[in-house]
Design a protein around this ligand. Structure first.
Ligand code: ZN
Length: 398
């Protein structure tokens, strides 16, 4: 058993800070949360680690990652031809995610077989990393978003073919289903009939589904069809949001990447073609929409969670600290933003009885940072230690 004592614990529930808090870890579980004296009385033999100047939080949850996404990566062709090479990138990116305190991530569109490989690698103890929930390959309509191969996709049309694709994905080990439903055009890529076939089929399995919906119509269709998480949802306005809340849908806005995408595109295409310029204009509109919708939707009560969705090859894969800091910049308190990266993700994943809080009985997925993110959110970047299921996997503490 082990006791970790920090200056404070941020429990992850959006409001609670326990000054001078300590946790007692027993195996993979948090056995008790209390004061150091209390815990030492319960477990006098436990090793005690005193972490002065530090804050303990739940391990972070990144709800939108493509751990095997290649996009415009220079090695794309080589990696697509050689899955063994791709797997090295996946391994590195899992370690990168862990290094910033992510102990759970959801892969929302991956190359074929990645989920199975990671799962087996973890099980055998070949590799260690964040727990990994996967949608496997996402579903896109013929010629739809992503069909050009940035991330592996299944091109599929029609209600029954979509139902079969859902079944196949589950057969191949998907935990969730991901559907692509928009790119830059205003239309919803799938019809409502097709989208409802997906949600119906997924929910018959008592599983959940995510949808890439970045334009107004695609968001409206996604809400109507009842997808469990709306990814991006840039144009989720007041009326659609009210409907989403009523249906119990959650929002993974992936704000940081969108707020930076237009500038990135301007940088890499200094002389844009007409089509490229349309893309840049679209991204500028999404920025405006986020500023208008983000805080109002949060305050209206939509369940919101952090997702990083980095698709620029030269950028760090999972800058969850940037997403959390952007949530604060847009009006959330630091504790609320941290809740979006912890408890809310756990709720959406139906894992709230396992992860997402520093709480007795839950899994010991913990992040120790130097400083106090409740006061200065940037301190969430100062990672000292990361525990997954009670095991110390990152240690920068001297
Ligand atoms: Zn994505």
């Amino acid at each position: 058993m082990k006791i970790i004592k920090a200056d404070r614990i941020i429990t992850g529930d959006g409001s609670t800070v326990l000054p001078d808090g300590a946790v007692l870890i027993d195996g993979d579980r948090i056995k008790k949360v209390g004061t150091l004296e209390e815990l030492q009385r319960i477990a006098p033999e436990a090793e005690t680690e005193i972490c002065d100047g530090c804050t303990l939080l739940p391990g972070l949850i990144d709800m939108h990652v493509h751990i095997s996404g290649l996009y415009q990566r220079p090695e794309k062709a080589e990696m697509q031809a050689n899955p063994a090479y791709l797997m090295l990138l996946v391994y590195k990116q899992l370690q990168d995610a862990l290094s910033v305190g992510i102990t759970t991530l959801r892969g929302v569109g991956e190359a074929k077989g990645i989920g199975e490989a990671v799962r087996k690698g973890y099980h055998k103890g070949y590799i260690k990393g964040p727990r990994y929930i996967t949608c496997e390959r996402s579903l896109t309509r013929t010629g739809g978003h992503g069909s050009t191969g940035e991330v592996a996709k299944i091109e599929v049309d029609g209600p029954w073919n979509l139902r079969q694709a859902v079944r196949n994905n589950f057969k191949e080990g998907a935990d969730w289903i991901k559907v692509m439903n928009s790119h830059r055009d205003s239309m919803s890529e799938y019809t409502l009939e097709e989208l409802c076939a997906v949600t119906d089929e997924v929910h018959r399995y008592h599983r959940k589904c995510a949808i890439h919906a970045g334009t107004y119509e695609s968001v409206a269709y996604a809400v109507e069809a009842g997808f469990d998480t709306i990814e991006h949802g840039c144009f989720l306005d007041e009326e659609l949001c009210a409907k989403a809340i009523e249906k119990g849908l959650a929002w993974v806005p992936t704000v940081f990447v969108y707020l930076n995408a237009a500038d990135y595109m301007r940088r890499i295409t200094p002389n844009p073609t007409k089509a490229e310029q349309r893309g840049i204009d679209f991204l500028d509109e999404t920025v405006e929409a986020y500023y208008k919708n983000f805080l109002r939707n949060y305050k209206a009560g939509i369940l919101m969670a952090t997702g990083t969705d980095i698709c620029f090859p030269e950028m760090f894969i999972t800058p969850i600290y940037s997403e959390i800091e952007t949530f604060v910049k847009l009006g959330l308190t630091p504790l609320e933003a941290i809740q979006c990266a912890t408890e809310n993700g756990a709720k959406i994943l139906d894992m709230a009885d396992e992860i997402g809080l520093v709480k007795e009985g839950l899994c010991a997925d913990l992040l120790l940072v130097k400083g106090d993110p409740a006061e200065r959110i940037e301190d969430v970047e100062n990672v000292e230690q990361v525990y997954r299921a009670g095991e110390l996997l990152v240690n920068n503490k001297r």
